[in-house]
Ligand binder design. Sequence first.
Ligand code: GLY
Ligand code: MN
Length: 434
Amino acid sequence: MSTNYSAHVAARRRTTEAALAAEGFDALVLSSGKPFTYYSDDQDAPFRTTPHFAHWLPLAGPDHLLCVTAGKRPKLVRVAPEDYWYEQAALGDPFWKSEFDLVEVGDAAKGWKSLSPGARTAYVGDHPEAAKAAGIAAAAINPPKLVARLDWARAYKSAYEIECQSLATQRAAKGHKAAKHAFESGASELEIHHLYLEATGCVDRELPYESIVALDEKGATLHYQSKRTQRDGRVLLIDIGAPWLGYGSDITRTWTTDAADPVFRELTRGLDAAQQRLCALAKPGIAYLDLHVAAHREIADLLHQLGILGVGGMDAVERGLTRPFFPHGVGHFLGIQVHDVGGRQAEPTGGTKAPPAQYPYLRTTRAVEEHQVFTIEPGVYFIPMLLREHRSGPNAALFDWKSIDRLTPFGGVRIEDNLVVTQDGHRNLTRPHI
Ligand code: GLY
Ligand code: MN
């Protein structure tokens, strides 16, 4: 881990120094973030480190500063207040420490005072007022082109980051196995969620995103957030990840019991096989949009084979028949953020490569390249509000409405793995574990 980490910091220094030079700066201050206090309250939201800081090191907590100056070792200002309200653990000797010149201070103001930003210092973070008060010019605070260059670089994961992603996946896989077992024993959504946390050793606020634990018809709500207590579901759609040193996994599995409709069970098996064929396409050079269109074609064929649609293949896709069943993108970049940045970025300095109008939810339109990490997550759902307009539309006769109505109480199917792109293909980080 520490050899990979040194190379990771060296890569951060290289890409950051190049980005600074290209934008006319010679130093960059990053802050770990400030706490977010709810309006008219004294309670804070769970703290999340700003992603640009997290890209350098896994130091938790607000107000830390990192100063990267061309040609120098990065300076880390760690804010470690004396405090009897919250635990302030000693730093100890973490593997990342030797990469930085470390300064420890008792509060955020002293942290800023310990820096003396020059005229060509930029700031990236969520505390522009503090940066301004420290003397950083307004035009150097979150300059869009510099931020875009840093975001662009985040899509190419170092060996250290891939190791973190892999360990985040393995951690989640333990929880997914526990969740499957609990579901098969009749557990409720709430029980499954808690057993997942227990198996992964996480508390809720550490998860990379709010867990989706959906029994039966709730699987058709894409980001279903409730946790019901009723037991004995026939289908479980579970979309939940785990953290590792600031990186997160994002895995979905759909399990059925013998009590589920046989066609729905066939749909689950078929989508699982289709998802693996889609994963097999992931290699440098393919456009991410092509993976998305391939997913629509797979889904069209599956729905046709099961008699749910009267036509399959590109004929069904071009008529828009798969869209009500698969109303999200086939995947997204993954890393420090679950929907990691840069997926739609047109070039290093910014710009947006929008998806085609018929696929507005596709988050990634970039060409697939080595060292990217992303998800492949096709889904098929029975969502009444999306199917409604097709019941009387020009293609109404191409849908088997009797079958759709019988399958609607079972919700939907989604299968999601995390992939890293290699020189001539990809490595599936998830399948070996769940
Ligand atoms: N795991 C939820 C999503 O990708 O939107
Ligand atoms: Mn996802």
